[in-house]
Design a protein around this ligand. Structure first.
Ligand SMILES: Cc1ncc(COP(=O)(O)O)c(C=O)c1O
Length: 408
């Protein structure tokens, strides 16, 4: 579903109607003016977060996710007067210059010169391939301890113990890594990390552009981990892919009209009438039905089926995992561990050939590949997928595997 941008499925009738109704009512308006849907959507999101986190905050809209990441960077600079931040290895925050500076992959920066404000990248708790070679069962969150060590002495370059001040003033995270391969951190990870950040006055910025709006079984993915971020960045599924609308939520203290007045960031198309109308309808739909139960029930079933598949092909499916309807299948070379991009590509191509069959019908299978080694299928189906459709997906996936020569 389009990197989780179309959670309500393609051609959703209700959302099409919200769009066409708005086209007839107020199709465009310069964004310095207020319109009803913009106010209602901002109020809804602020209220949802106040209920969830017990904190008052405000919303600011922009166009795409990357621009909103840039807005979050501006907020931080505005608040702290500093521009250096932490981010995760394997993290993806977009392709504007600002977002590229905090996105881990060098491939995205290589041709664009020196990034003086490049993030300091910290290993993500990708436990299947732990950066430190530890095992999840007994590591005792070694990675958080390594991060905390950076502040032990001024000679580790991040911390002035006399001024009690960090040179790096925020940490950009994805609650669950999206482009990085739907990697799910262990339960206690963010609480331990947040403790380290709080003690050093470092802000937590939670990029929910891919995991937000119930993809990971909760309104925000970070809710699975029991911490409250200072800033949340959202986009994608807010409009089910029908309009580029994204934005930020920030704690009141960071984004008061005095501190961050109108014009602090701006784009001609930000908070446009069509996008806000669809966004309002999407969030209303999320309020009308219990998506937490629905997404988690379907996700549990899907993961159960993937675990069965992994047990059948342990040499080539190294890892499967999932939270809500964000699921991963990691393809390996035949030892259950060595990443195989080659095999992953073959399976992908087999799906695209459209020569699969089930119940007497011909099918293709559209898969999405991601991950640190481009050997991971990131599975983000529409929320209305049925168990029967999940069974069909698993059956077709297995056919792809067998057709490229993988044996159980
Ligand atoms: C977590 C995350 N942050 C930021 C972005 C960038 O958003 P956009 O492509 O709308 O600029 C993406 C897009 O894939 C994303 O997944």
């Amino acid at each position: 579903m389009w990197y989780s941008a179309a959670s309500f499925g393609y051609k959703n009738k209700r959302l099409h109607k919200a769009l066409t109704d708005q086209l007839d009512k107020l199709p465009q308006l310069a964004c310095q003016y207020l319109h009803k849907e913009k106010i209602l959507l901002a109020a809804k999101l602020a209220k949802i977060n106040e209920e969830k986190f017990g904190v008052k905050g405000r919303i600011h809209f922009n166009v795409g996710g990357s621009q909103s990441v840039d807005d979050a960077l501006k907020l931080i600079r505005n608040e702290t007067g500093k521009n250096l931040v932490f981010a995760f290895m394997g993290g993806y925050h977009g392709r504007t210059l600002g977002a590229s500076a905090i996105t881990s992959s060098y491939r995205y920066r290589r041709r664009y010169g020196h990034f003086g404000d490049r993030a300091h990248f910290v290993p993500f708790p990708y436990c299947f391939r732990c950066y430190y070679g530890k095992k999840r069962e007994n590591c005792d969150l070694y990675c958080v301890k390594q991060f905390e060590k950076l502040f032990e002495s001024e000679y580790y370059t991040f911390w002035d113990g006399k001024a009690k001040e960090s040179e790096y003033v925020a940490f950009f995270v994805e609650s669950i890594q999206g482009t990085g391969g739907y990697v799910i951190p262990p339960k206690g990870y963010y609480k331990a990390l947040k403790k380290v950040l709080d003690a050093r006055n470092i802000l937590l910025v939670d990029d929910e552009i891919q995991m937000g709006f119930y993809r990971a079984g909760k309104f925000w993915g970070i809710e699975n981990f029991g911490v409250t971020p200072d800033i949340i960045v959202f986009g994608k599924a807010l409009t089910n892919g029908l309009n580029p609308l994204a934005g930020i939520w920030a704690k009141e203290s960071l984004i008061t009209p005095e501190k961050f007045p109108p014009g602090s960031t701006h784009s001609t198309f930000s908070s446009n009438t069509l996008g806000t109308a669809i966004g309002l309808e999407c969030v209303t739909m999320m309020e009308e039905e219990d998506y937490e139960s629905k997404v988690n029930a379907k996700g549990d079933y899907f993961l159960k089926r993937l675990c069965e598949l992994q047990r059948k092909y342990p040499k080539h499916i190294g890892d499967v995992d999932g939270l809500g309807l964000a699921l991963r299948i990691e393809i390996c070379a035949g030892d259950g561990f060595t990443p195989s991009k080659e095999l992953c590509d073959k399976i992908f191509e087999e799906g695209m050939r459209g020569k699969l069959s089930a119940g007497g019908k011909k099918y293709g299978l559209v898969l999405d590949v991601g991950g640190y080694y481009k050997n991971t299928f990131t599975v983000a189906p529409a929320f209305d997928i049925t168990n029967k459709e999940i069974d069909l997906a698993v059956e077709l996936f297995e056919q792809c595997m067998r057709n490229v020569g993988i044996k159980s």
